[in-house]
Design a protein around this ligand. Structure first.
Ligand SMILES: C[S@@+](CC[C@H](N)C(=O)[O-])C[C@H]1O[C@@H](n2cnc3c(N)ncnc32)[C@H](O)[C@@H]1O
Length: 237
């Protein structure tokens, strides 16, 4: 039986959440610990990724219709990489994240056996040059409120040198507009984020949009998503 099938069949969820966010699972990793006799496999698991993958897919189907290769920044558990590469077979999907996440991403890739899904590449947004050239699109979910402001700036600087002309940036997550949170739950989420790491926090849409404009990318869509999230799409001139 496939690894993930086994996991679903018999597991206990151990709360081991590096983001310490309780109800705010949008950016948490939960560790699934296999409790059964047959394997000791452990894979980090994000319930939020399971919840948001369908609505994100609906947007990506349209936004990535003519895109050949997508680089995902901050792939996390790899759940999105598996799901989107399976559902978007015309796209070559390149997961990227810090080295410590690769074991779980690779385990999921091995299990999925998808020819358009590449092994993870180490990419720290702060380290230049990025190992990426001429990407057709960059996708990132729930990362900009986790990394510091300086790292968000690095994110766009890296993209400047790595994205093709007419390439797209698709960023999913919560944002503030006009300095205000879009919901009480996002405001509480922001407080929790900052308690864990004062450098993190929900970003201002206007600030992020300016960073994109500074690297020659125009906002072409701001999709409203469930649970007070957005999916922002920029296109490089
Ligand atoms: C909240 S998780 C989101 C994971 C996944 N995209 C999702 O939606 O479930 C944030 C991700 O950002 C990654 N990350 C943190 N700092 C980073 C950095 N400096 N460069 C690249 N990725 C980073 C973490 O390793 C983690 O996978």
């Amino acid at each position: 039986m496939a690894l993930l099938g086994k996991m679903k069949k018999n597991f206990r969820i151990k709360k081991d959440n590096p983001y310490g966010l309780g109800r705010f699972l949008t950016c948490s990793h939960w560790r699934l610990t296999m409790s059964q006799q047959t394997t000791n496999s452990e894979l980090s698991f994000s319930p939020a990724s399971e919840r948001n993958k369908m609505p994100i897919l609906e947007v990506l189907k349209a936004e990535l219709a003519d895109i050949g290769e997508v680089w995902e920044i901050g792939s996390g558990t790899g759940q999105h990489a598996i799901f989107f590469s399976k559902e978007l077979p015309h796209v070559i999907w390149q997961p990227c994240d810090l080295k410590e996440t690769h074991r779980d991403i690779q385990a999921r890739i091995d299990d999925a056996q998808l020819s358009n899904l590449k092994p993870p590449i180490e990419l720290d947004v702060n380290v230049f040059p990025w190992p990426m050239e001429s990407a057709g699109a960059v996708f990132s979910a729930n990362t900009l409120h986790i990394i510091s402001e300086a790292a968000v700036q690095a994110f766009f600087k890296g993209i400047q040198h790595s994205l093709k002309k007419s390439g797209k940036i698709c960023v999913y997550g919560p944002f503030k507009y006009g300095g205000s949170f879009t919901s009480d739950s996002n405001e509480r989420f922001d407080e929790q984020l900052k308690k864990r790491d004062p450098a993190s926090g929900i970003r201002d849409f206007e600030w992020v949009n300016q960073l994109a404009q500074n690297v020659n990318c125009d906002l072409i869509n701001d999709h409203e998503m469930p649970a007070n999230n957005r999916l922002l799409v920029w296109k490089k001139k």
